[in-house]
Design a protein around this ligand. Structure first.
Ligand code: FMN
Length: 255
């Protein structure tokens, strides 16, 4: 299975075998993490592997998932650093899934103070991972996602490849499955918005932009797989407009 296929068949895995993973597999995952290009240039990040196998390094909080390993990301805090962080971590999520291991993002649980104090930058999120006896895959039709009509407005007819790219984006995991992304689609561009919610506080408002980065990882990977040339931009005219229900994030130019 490759990462593109994993987009359509992955699911969050929350039950793990407390078993070691071979060191060459761990080292391959770390090399992959450290070779990922940033979505936003000029943001420094650091990945840290936390192993609960060799010694219990501690992970705490509600909704904790007990896993043999966690990969934690710390990042410099700059414009769009959460989008960048989500973009990196979702690629790791897909990479780990494609290696036949289970994974689950952790927003509500944190590494202990001792581990956090060893991180170079601000702690962002972690990904729990390991071997699991649960089925790792499901059909994309079984993923609980909002219907297409609730998140995409098609202003023009588009090619099937663009629909496939948008399906990949819609299948992205998000904090509490909130799916904050909204799309306005033309033949040659996709405007991306995030849903406003006055009641979105705490965990969800922090994770919203991370979720947008997770979704962008799926979108960009699918475009690459389908040989659709795209580039990212921000439209000043849309940026300066006020929208009732959504905030503008960016535009994907096609071709
Ligand atoms: C930023 C983020 C934080 C998350 N935090 C948690 C968490 O703390 N505990 C948990 O069990 N699942 C967590 N999840 C997993 C989501 O609940 C899950 O992705 C969503 O319900 C969709 O289900 P699926 O991943 O199986 O498609 C998180 C997901 C994301 C993207």
């Amino acid at each position: 299975m490759n990462m593109f296929e994993a987009i359509f068949s992955r699911k969050s895995i929350r039950s793990f075998l407390q078993e070691k993973i071979e060191w060459d597999v761990i080292s391959d995952i770390l090399n992959f993490a450290n070779s990922l290009p940033m979505l936003i240039d000029g943001i420094a990040v650091e990945f840290k592997l936390i192993s609960n196998i060799e010694s219990n390094q501690g992970f705490h909080g509600p909704f904790n998932v007990k896993a043999p390993y966690y990969l934690s990301l710390s990042s410099e805090v700059k414009d769009d650093y959460l989008i960048n962080a989500g973009y990196l971590m979702q690629q790791l999520n897909l990479y780990i899934t494609s290696k036949g291991l289970g994974a689950c993002f952790l927003g509500a649980a944190h590494p202990g103070k001792a581990v956090k104090s060893m991180m170079k930058y601000n702690y962002v999120y972690s990904l729990a991972f390991g071997k699991s006896s649960e089925p790792l895959y499901r059909s994309s039709a079984d993923a609980k996602r909002l219907p297409e009509k609730d998140v995409i407005v098609y202003k023009e007819d588009v090619m099937p490849d663009i629909k496939q790219i948008l399906l990949a984006a819609r299948l992205a995991p998000s904090s509490m499955n909130s799916q904050p992304w909204r799309f306005v689609v033309y033949k040659n561009r996709i405007h991306i918005f995030t849903k406003k919610n006055a009641f979105l506080t705490g965990v969800l408002s922090h994770s919203k932009m991370f979720d947008m980065g997770v979704m962008l990882a799926n979108l960009l990977l699918a475009a690459e797989e389908l040989w659709v040339e795209i580039s990212l931009t921000k439209s000043d005219s849309i940026k300066n407009k006020q929208f009732h229900k959504n905030d503008y994030v960016m535009t994907i130019l096609i071709g």
